[in-house]
Ligand binder design. Structure first.
Ligand SMILES: Cc1cc2nc3c(=O)[nH]c(=O)nc-3n(C[C@H](O)[C@H](O)[C@H](O)COP(=O)(O)OP(=O)(O)OC[C@H]3O[C@@H](n4cnc5c(N)ncnc54)[C@H](O)[C@@H]3O)c2cc1C
Length: 392
C-alpha cells in the first residue's frame, strides 16, 4: 500500500493550484524536494468544473480581490496570460477555460501522481499507541474496488455541493464532520430565483432580457441591490445581478427556509436610465424594453382603469419569491467548514494536525465576477505554503 507525503483529495481549482504551487515552491527553495504528492479525483479527469466556468471562458479573478496580483503572477508562472474586461473581471488571454485547466494539469502531472475515477469515502487519522508519528488513511472507491492510500498530510479540496454534475456532491462535508469539524448550514447560491408577480406570465417571457436594477428587500427594508442584465425564465428571473442577491436570501437560525422566503421580495427597475416622466411621455415602452416585455406594461397602462399603473410598474415591479434554483443550477455554496476551526494563514485544521482545507469546501463565498475562483486559487496556494512550512 502506497504512502505519500501529501494527498490532495479533489482535483479541482483549489487542489490543482495547491499541487502546482507546492511543486513550484519545492523547486524554488529546495525544501522537501523528494516529497511525493498524489491527487485523488472522482471524475475521469481533473479540472472538469474549471472548464465550465465563466461560460467556458473562466473568470479567474477580479480587480477588487486583494489577492489578485498573486493569482495573476501564479498563472503567469504556469504560462497563462490574462486580460481584464471593463468590469474588472479577469479571463485567460485566450478566453478558453480549458486552457486554464490544461496549464494547471501540465504543471502538476510531471511531479505528482493523479489518480482519476477515485472517489474518496473516508479520511481517518491513525495514531499509533507507541507515540510514533501518525499518518492519514484515505479510503475510497476506484472502478468499484475499495482502495486505500496513506499520507503524512492531507489537503481536502473537494469543493462544495454546487454543480453536482461536475463531481461536487458535498462529500467533503461528511468527511470533515467525521474528523470533528463543524460544517455550517449550506445552501445553493449564485443561481436563478423563482418568482411570482401580479399580471406577469413568466412562461411567456422566457428568454427575454432587460437591463435593470434589482433590489432585495427583507421585511420591507432594502438589504442589497445590483444592476445588470436580467433574464426572464419560465418561472422567474436569472442573470448575474440576480445571482448576486441569492447569498442574502437565507433563513434565520431554526427558521424554515420556506417561511423565510415569505419575508423577502425583489423590486425591479426595468428602466434605470429613465425617469417615470420620460416613460410617460412615450407612446410605448418598446424601444427601452423589448417588444414582448413592453407589451406587458403597455397593456396595463392602457387598462389603467383596473388600477394598475403600467409605467410605475416598469420602475417598481414587485416580485414575490417562491423559490431558489437548486444545486444543479448553482455556481457556489453558501456555508461550509467553519473558518474558526482553520488557521487561515496556513489553511491547517486547528483540530487535526496535518489536515488542510482549501476552496469552496470552507465557509467562504463571494459574488459572481471571479471571487469564488480567487478563493480557490488563493487558499490552495496558501495551503501549499503551509504544508511546506510545516516541514513535510
Ligand atoms: C457553471 C459554473 C460556472 C462558474 N463560473 C465561475 C467563474 O467564472 N468565476 C468564479 O470565480 N467562479 C465560478 N464558479 C465557481 C467556481 O467554479 C468554484 O467556486 C470553484 O471551482 C471551487 O473550487 P474548488 O477546487 O473548491 O472546487 P471544485 O473546482 O468544484 O473542485 C472540487 C473537485 O473535487 C472533486 N471531488 C469531490 N468529491 C470528491 C471525492 N469524494 N473524491 C474525490 N474527488 C472529489 C470534484 O470532482 C472536483 O473535481 C462557477 C461554478 C459553476 C458551477
Amino acid at each position: 500500500m502506497m504512502k505519500y507525503d501529501l494527498v490532495i483529495a479533489g482535483g479541482g481549482a483549489a487542489g490543482l493550484a495547491a499541487a502546482a504551487s507546492f511543486i513550484e515552491e519545492q523547486k524554488k527553495n529546495g525544501k522537501g524536494e523528494t516529497a511525493s504528492v498524489c491527487i485523488l479525483e472522482k471524475n475521469d479527469y481533473p479540472g472538469r468544473k474549471i472548464n465550465a466556468t465563466g461560460g467556458g471562458r473562466c473568470n479567474l479573478t477580479n480587480k477588487a480581490c486583494p489577492g489578485k496580483e498573486e493569482t495573476l503572477a501564479f498563472f503567469r508562472s504556469i504560462g497563462i496570460e490574462t486580460w481584464e474586461d471593463s468590469e474588472g473581471r479577469y479571463y485567460p488571454y485566450t478566453n478558453k477555460a480549458s486552457d486554464v485547466s490544461k496549464a494547471l494539469i501540465d504543471a502538476v502531472s510531471r511531479s505528482a501522481e493523479i489518480k482519476c475515477g477515485f472517489t474518496v469515502k473516508v479520511i481517518s487519522r491513525i495514531q499509533p499507541d507507541d507515540g510514533s508519528e501518525g499518518c492519514f488513511m484515505i479510503t475510497g472507491m476506484q472502478e468499484s474496488a475499495m482502495e486505500m492510500v496513506f499520507a503524512d498530510k492531507v489537503l481536502m479540496a473537494m469543493g462544495g455541493k454546487a454543480g453536482p454534475q461536475f463531481g461536487t456532491t458535498g462529500d467533503g462535508y461528511t468527511i470533515a464532520r467525521t474528523l470533528g469539524h463543524t460544517v455550517t448550514r449550506v445552501f445553493p447560491i449564485l443561481t436563478g430565483i423563482e418568482c411570482r408577480a401580479e399580471g406577469v406570465d413568466f412562461a411567456s417571457l422566457k428568454g427575454v432580457r432587460a437591463k435593470g436594477t434589482v433590489i432585495l428587500t427583507k421585511d420591507g427594508a432594502p438589504i442589497v441591490r445590483d444592476t445588470g442584465e436580467i433574464q426572464f425564465t419560465e418561472d422567474g428571473i436569472s442573470g448575474i445581478c440576480v445571482f448576486n442577491l441569492t447569498p442574502h436570501i437565507k433563513a434565520d437560525k431554526r427558521e424554515r427556509f420556506e417561511d423565510a422566503l415569505k419575508r423577502f421580495k425583489i423590486v425591479v427597475d426595468l428602466a434605470p436610465d429613465f425617469t417615470e416622466k420620460q416613460l410617460a411621455s412615450r407612446e410605448s415602452a418598446f424601444g427601452i424594453l423589448t417588444e414582448k416585455l413592453a407589451a406587458v406594461f403597455d397593456r396595463e397602462e392602457a387598462d389603467n382603469a383596473a388600477g394598475i399603473d403600467g409605467i410605475a410598474r416598469i420602475k417598481h415591479l414587485e416580485l414575490d419569491i417562491t423559490g431558489i434554483k437548486g444545486w444543479r443550477d448553482a455556481q457556489a455554496t453558501f456555508g461550509g467548514v467553519a473558518l474558526d476551526e482553520i488557521n487561515m494563514d496556513t489553511m491547517e485544521s486547528r483540530l487535526v494536525p496535518g489536515l488542510y482545507f482549501a476552496g469552496e469546501i470552507i465557509d467562504a463565498q463571494g459574488p459572481c465576477g471571479g471571487f469564488n475562483l480567487q478563493n480557490a486559487w488563493e487558499t490552495g496556494i496558501k495551503a501549499a505554503r503551509g504544508i511546506i512550512d510545516g516541514e513535510i
